[in-house]
Design a binder for this molecule. Structure first.
Ligand code: 4AZ
Length: 460
């Protein structure tokens, strides 16, 4: 075996064996492949490193430039893949085919009007399960023969289900409008039949109690006292809050009501904002960022939305894949029907909206505690008069100073009760921001429950 140790440092054997090579004193022959000096090696390594660095930096610059160019093109044009051409973005989703095969009119916001009654609901702050039938109307479900299987079936009908539980509430403990019925009870042997088709009317509950449902761990957060500063908020405390973005820009707020569904305002999709592929839903961040947003595969605007009056200002967005629920990403609870918000209930509005009427979007999430304003007071001629409909609620201070503003639109107005946060409003409109006698107006979520449940059921 030829090892390094066997290599003579200076061979005296001639290359031509007939001619002897006499080593001359003081002069050394250099070997055929001279070993590099330490200095040479270091400089070669340095040169290589420099080349790698230049290549990496150039690639980085190129990628960044490509990203910004793409953002710029995406913000102005829609690309028709089949006919390989760009069309101005406002020609996409305008009701007219501009690409071959109408490609520009496929992935767009849709409208949906509900004209039926979603047959299952939770009633009052006790979350009493009620079912609807055209013949009998709404009836509270007795606890008689109710099982965990029935709980799972009913919760599935209501949308998002995680660790569903049911409890019994004595009829005597109900609000007066529910005490006298009407009631209904489950027919035994109907565990997987939709709840409203599995019941039989009863004049009284044999067990003396009705079913109360808790379908998920919605609206539950850790302690609230980790908030730093006056109005700065941490996403961990408001984990349903999301930022709806287009072309890397925050456009509206929204609220997760399940891992796949975001409730927001219909007016966020006005004008050229109807094309689905341009939207991203950024969740789990206190400081707004444009990276890592979820894609959206459906946007459904309330079909009764009236842009001139801001009436029915609500929309639902379905995420292409559900978000992973964690400390910064959790759904908020939808309120039950007849939630019974107390007068001047202290609620919280959150968002990255303007910090002043003519300001700009806030880099960090903000929160504000604001009281509910009585409907009659908000509809008085010195406030908003006849502009306030049944689909709206007002919140804030008549003296001004604290309010939602541009960019908060679509975001949550929440109320804490029975150890859960509930989505009672969606930021909708107002005259200016924080002006005297011009409080914030919110879409009344309680009035939209039928529409929300129907949309979610029809788009599994
Ligand atoms: C807006 O332009 C907006 N002060 C949102 C909320 C309010 C006003 C304007 C309420 O999106």
């Amino acid at each position: 075996m030829w090892t390094i140790a066997q290599v003579p440092e200076q061979s005296t054997r001639p290359l031509n064996p007939r001619q002897a090579v006499v080593p001359r004193p003081g002069r050394h022959r250099r070997p055929m492949t001279a070993p590099k000096t330490q200095k040479e090696k270091a400089s070669k390594r340095k040169r290589l490193l420099l080349i790698v660095l230049v290549v990496v930096v150039s690639l980085g610059i190129l990628a960044t430039a490509a990203y910004f160019i793409k953002q710029l093109i995406d913000s102005k044009y829609f690309f028709c893949t089949r006919s390989v051409k760009f069309i101005p973005i406002d020609k996409a989703c305008d009701g007219k085919d501009d690409c071959a095969g109408g490609e520009d009119e496929i992935t767009c916001v849709s409208r949906f009007t509900v004209n039926t009654t979603f047959p299952v609901r939770l009633m009052s702050d006790r979350r009493v399960l009620q079912v609807y039938s055209p013949g009998s109307g709404w009836r509270s479900v007795c606890s008689d023969d109710w099982t965990q299987q029935h709980t799972e079936t009913a919760c599935k009908q209501l949308g998002y289900t995680y660790k569903p539980r049911s409890t019994s509430v004595p009829v005597d403990a109900l609000i007066s409008s529910l005490k006298t019925g009407p009631f209904t009870a489950i027919r035994p042997g109907t565990t997987t039949t939709p709840t409203h088709e599995a019941t039989i009317d009863r004049s009284v509950c044999g067990s003396g109690s009705v079913v109360s449902l808790s379908c998920s761990d919605c609206g539950q957060v850790g302690s609230q006292d980790r908030i730093v500063g006056g109005t700065d908020a941490l996403i961990e405390n408001w984990p349903w809050q999301v930022s709806l973005q287009q072309g890397g820009q925050h456009i509206c707020g929204g609220s997760l009501v399940s891992p796949s569904w975001v409730v927001t305002a219909a007016h966020c999709f006005a004008g050229s904002k109807k094309e689905l592929s341009r939207w991203r839903v950024v969740s789990g961040l206190t400081y707004i960022s444009t990276v890592g947003g979820s894609y959206v595969d459906r946007i459904i605007v309330n079909g009764d939305y009236n842009a001139a009056r801001n009436d029915y200002d609500i929309a639902l967005m379905r995420l292409s894949s559900p978000i992973g629920v964690g400390v910064g990403r959790k759904p908020v609870c939808l309120p039950p029907k007849a939630f019974g918000l107390p007068a001047e209930a202290s609620m919280v509005v959150t968002g990255w909206g303007y910090l002043h009427e003519n300001g700009k979007v806030s880099p960090s999430l903000q929160k504000a505690f604001i009281p509910l304003i009585d409907q009659a007071k908000c509809s008085s001629p010195t406030v908003y008069g006849s502009a306030i409909t049944q689909r709206m609620i007002c919140a804030g201070f008549l003296e001004g100073n604290v309010d939602a503003c541009q960019g908060d639109s679509g975001g949550p107005l929440v109320y804490f009760t029975s150890s859960h946060w509930h989505l009672v409003g969606v930021v909708s409109w107002g005259v200016g921001c924080a002006r005297e006698r011009r409080p914030g107006v919110y879409c009344n979520v309680e009035e939209m429950l039928n529409w929300i449940h129907t949309v979610i059921e029809k788009n599994p």
